[in-house]
Design a protein around this ligand. Structure first.
Ligand SMILES: [Zn+2]
Length: 111
């Protein structure tokens, strides 16, 4: 079940040398068991992977939220721009403003 974690080298707990992890679980320098250090290293890698996944999930959500906000602001800019440049009466522009406010509220309510 640990096949996804490929260890190349570990530091031997007994002699402190960095040794390649092959099929054997014994240090070629001192003959000490590498079982514990391999287990520790795999646990560390597993935790790192979990943390990285959690971070990327948060990041994806943050980007999505920003994109949603950008879409709302683009809509406001487009409508505000056309209202200011066009021959739309003040009352109509205010009505459009109210409409946008409702639109923003509903846009954020969806989440
Ligand atoms: Zn050793």
């Amino acid at each position: 079940m640990d096949s996804e974690f490929i260890l190349k080298k570990v530091c031997c707990e007994y002699c402190g040398s960095y040794v390649s992890v092959d099929e054997n679980e014994t240090c070629p320098n001192c003959g000490g068991s590498l079982r514990d250090v391999i287990l520790k290293e795999k646990t560390r890698l597993r935790l790192e992977k979990i943390e990285a996944e959690e971070k990327s999930a948060e990041e994806a959500q943050r980007i999505k939220d920003e994109q949603d906000r950008d879409e709302v602001f683009d809509l406001i800019k487009t409508i505000a721009g056309s209202a200011a440049g066009g021959a739309i009466a003040g009352g109509l522009a205010r009505a459009a403003g109210e409409f946008i406010k409702e639109d923003i509220k509903s846009a954020f309510r969806k989440k």
